[in-house]
Every structure is written in C-alpha cells, then in structure tokens.
Design a protein around this ligand. Sequence first.
Ligand SMILES: Cc1ncc(CO)c(N)n1
Length: 226
Amino acid sequence: MLKQNFSNRLYQNVQPIWEKNHQHPFVVGLGTGTLDREKFIFYLKQDYVYLIDYAKLFAIGVEKANNLKIMTKFAAVLHETLHFEMELHRQYAAEFGITRADLEATEPTPINLAYTSYMRKVAANGSLAELVACLLPCAWDYWEIGKLLKSTYGETLATNPYKKWIETYSSETFGAGTQWLIDLIDELTIEKSEEELHTIEQHFQITSKYEYLFWEMNEKKQDWPI
Ligand SMILES: Cc1ncc(CO)c(N)n1
C-alpha cells in the first residue's frame, strides 16, 4: 500500500498559519506595490542576514546527506541562495543606496535571531529530515506567496516597485529548488515512526509561525528595545 506523501499532510495541517501569512499587510503591500519603502528596506537588511544563516544550513545539509545525490543538490541550492536569491537583495539595496557592507553588517532583531537559532539548534541535534522540515516553510511559503501575488496582482506588476521580488519568488528557479526540498522530505520520511513524524511536523509548524513573526516584525519594524 502506498503511503500518502508526508508533504501533503504537512501542507494540509499548516494552512491556517499560511493563510495568516498570505493575508499579512506586509505581504499584501508587496502585491499592491503600496508597501512603505522604509519597511521594505528594514526587511531587506534583516532578510539578508537571515539568508546568510539559512545558506549555512544548506551546508549542514551537505554534511548530513547520506548519499552523493542529496549532497550535490544541497550544494546546488546553497549556490542558488548565495548567487540568485541574495542577488535580488543586493540589487534592491543598490537602488536604495545601501552598500553590500551595510547589508552584511545588519544586526539581527530578536525575532530574526530566534528564528535562525531555532533552525541551528535542530541542525545541530536533529536528523536530516528534521533539518529539512525547518528549511521547508521558508522556501515553500515564499513560493506560494510569489505565485499568489503574481496571479492576484499580475496586471499591475509593471508599475509595482516590488515586481522583482514577486518575480524572483514565483520563478521556476526558486520553484525547482523548493520542489526538490518537498520531494526530499517525502523520501526521508518513508520509514519514520509516527513519533518521529510528529517531531518533524512540529518543526514545520514552528518555522511556519516564525515566518508569520518575521512579516510582523518587518511591518512594525520591531528591533531591540535597548
Ligand atoms: C524570512 C524568510 N523566509 C523565507 C525566505 C525565502 O527564502 C526568505 N528569504 N526569508
């Protein structure tokens, strides 16, 4: 008997959280193009240092991979994050007169630090499947958001200052990397016990909630109070 793909279960159970992400004012503002520029700049800088940590987690995926095929793919998505996704941030930064050094020197906010620290803890102590469960909402929900914004606001995209953002996250390149992570979680969970699956799903739910907190943080420009 063919077991239902674990990714379907993850996807179905996470919908209430992802719905909130998709309705978030920051996300809607990206779609309509009316998002406050200062909020976007705040996001851009925070997301850049987030991605530095996120990319390192792919390197830990390289280390944890138990075969060359998986190792090679982790190296490829690591490369894409550094050269394709982060190039988007560097281009926007250049437009706004922010240097690469400024981007890199951004001090992560409490929420940013909590999110990346959570993933790093799992990477240090958990299985490869647990690590992938942490990495997945980041990629998957951004892909969902990219496609959603493109289909909802496609007609006004030409004049939207956040067009490049929407195009990057709805792109085939970004989608292909995400689909690989989805297929990987299915492959890695085939033999897992329900107890292990429960732990894996918890990571997926928690990092999905961190995605919400990250939108909220940017909307409110929440930083260290002292
Ligand atoms: C916070 C966050 N989540 C997901 C992505 C997509 O990689 C991103 N760039 N930033």
